[in-house]
Design a protein around this ligand. Structure first.
Ligand code: UGA
Length: 435
């Protein structure tokens, strides 16, 4: 089956590569000629474990191509995916749909035989219908259907999320469109992956409702962690105790410094606006957004409180800068709130991240960046662990202790075990666990 994918950002590139791995013939199109020519040279513009091999293999087998020529890509394509960016619009936080509607206009100009036009970008409720309207008004006789197929990929594990999803959600309103998409995902339905068919609006809302629910779940456990500290309970056991209830489930119950990334902050905002405009405000989501912002600042304040004496001039080593491990993505990372706050208080920050330092340097140029995690610890008055990269789990505690001026460890991801840290001579602080 022939598939066209418009947009070679994160979602487009991962989805395009994975569809080609299913055996489909995929052409990825982007107007950014430099990006396309880099991809043609085999250079992958994003950091995602396993993606380079997947792209290389399918290119070599001739199932995956890159082009800037939409007409060429649409030739014979039964499905064309719109996977362009939908950034937050400056000022009002609404999703900016300029690129989505531009893509719809371009498709309208090139469409020839029956095509299913599928939005894969996260788009507000009503966008699919607007895409249909744009194409129909530009080409009244065009033979097409629109569909919505939101993705649930996590950065860092996007390929396995695509290949082994919990479910596939498809918003489509004609049998013909449903048939095309069913064939596209046949390799997964053969493995018994549930496919949920719904109307356009429902499919669009499922994506936002899922992300907002996960953001809410994280904020909930973060608040429970705060409460645990006050009453002497252990959040790890509380999370386990509630997570074993099948109705709650164990995932996304890890306390941390607040969620970040390119999805939860943006999608919760967009959903909040949709709900307000529709006259059905989601006050729980509004509270989550406000709480998560406050949490990032509260984490900086906590670090300042835990430094002994005047913070001014003290040295803090920060391990982990990206919003989560296995990505180089710094978007909305808690580090971007926490580090500047520490600096404003006069703290001297040395930082390390396995892959995020290039972007971090651009965003926070005044930090001292170290190529090695131990180097960041030299002479530190405290260590703050911000992102739970695996590389930090196995660090040599004795070596860490010997390098630091004061053995204070503030673990904002609950990576280490309290008893072990105390035994190694650290003054250890974590989230929601007894001292
Ligand atoms: C998220 C969703 O998990 C995906 O299903 C969705 O497809 C994607 O957004 C999207 O809309 O494109 P992602 O942003 O890559 O994926 O990352 P997550 O693994 O969900 O983590 C988001 C943030 O929550 C991170 O800052 C992470 O540290 C934090 N988090 C996550 C916690 O603090 N605690 C947890 O228990 C889980």
């Amino acid at each position: 089956m022939r598939v066209a994918m418009i947009g070679v950002g994160y979602v487009g590139l991962v989805s395009g590569a994975c569809f080609s791995e299913f055996g489909h013939d995929v052409v990825c199109i982007d107007s950014d000629a430099a990006r396309i020519s880099a991809l043609e040279q085999g250079e992958i513009p994003i950091y995602e474990p396993g993606l380079d091999e997947l792209v290389a293999r399918n290119r070599a087998d001739g199932r995956l191509r890159f082009t800037t020529d939409l007409m060429d890509a649409l030739q014979g394509a039964e499905a064309v995916f719109i996977a362009v960016g939908t950034p937050s619009r400056r000022g009002d936080g609404h999703a900016d749909l300029t690129y989505v509607y531009q893509a719809a206009g371009e498709i309208a100009a090139e469409i020839s035989a029956y095509t299913v036009v599928v939005t894969k970008s996260t788009v507000p409720v009503g966008t699919g219908r607007e895409v249909a309207r744009i194409i129909r008004s530009a080409r009244p006789g065009a033979d097409f259907d629109v569909a919505s197929n939101p993705e649930f990929l996590r950065e860092g594990s996007a390929i396995s999320d695509f290949m082994r999803p919990d479910r596939i959600v498809i918003g489509a309103e004609s049998d013909r469109a449903r048939e095309v998409l069913r064939r596209l995902y046949r390799p997964l339905s053969l493995r018994d992956t549930p496919i949920l068919f719904a109307d356009l609006e429902t499919a669009e809302l499922i994506k936002y409702a899922a992300n907002a629910f996960l953001a809410l779940k994280i904020s909930y456990i973060n608040q429970i962690a705060d409460l645990c500290e006050k009453v002497g309970a252990d959040v790890q056991d509380v999370a386990r105790g509630i997570g074993l209830d099948g109705r709650i489930g164990p995932k996304f119950l890890h306390p941390g410094p607040g969620y970040g990334g390119s999805c939860f902050p943006k999608d919760t905002q967009a959903l909040m606006h949709t709900a307000q405009a529709a006259g059905a405000p989601l006050t729980l989501v509004e509270a989550t957004i406000a709480y998560n912002e406050a949490r990032k600042s509260a984490m900086a304040d906590r670090v300042l409180q835990l430094l002994e004496g005047d913070a001014h001039g003290q040295r803090v080593a920060v391990l982990g800068l990206t919003f989560k491990p296995n990505t180089d993505d710094m978007r909305e990372a808690p580090s971007l709130t926490i580090l500047p706050r520490l600096q404003t208080a006069g703290v001297v920050v040395s930082a390390h991240d396995p892959v995020g330092m290039g972007e971090a340097r651009r965003l926070m140029p005044d930090i001292r960046y170290c190529d090695d995690a131990y180097e960041a610890l030299a002479g530190a008055d405290a260590l703050v662990l911000l992102t739970e990269w695996n590389a930090y789990r196995g660090m040599d505690l004795q070596r860490m202790r010997a390098l630091m001026r004061r053995p204070v460890v503030i673990d904002l991801r609950n990576v280490y075990r309290s008893r072990e840290m105390r035994k190694a001579g650290f003054i250890y602080h974590s989230l929601g666990r007894p001292k």
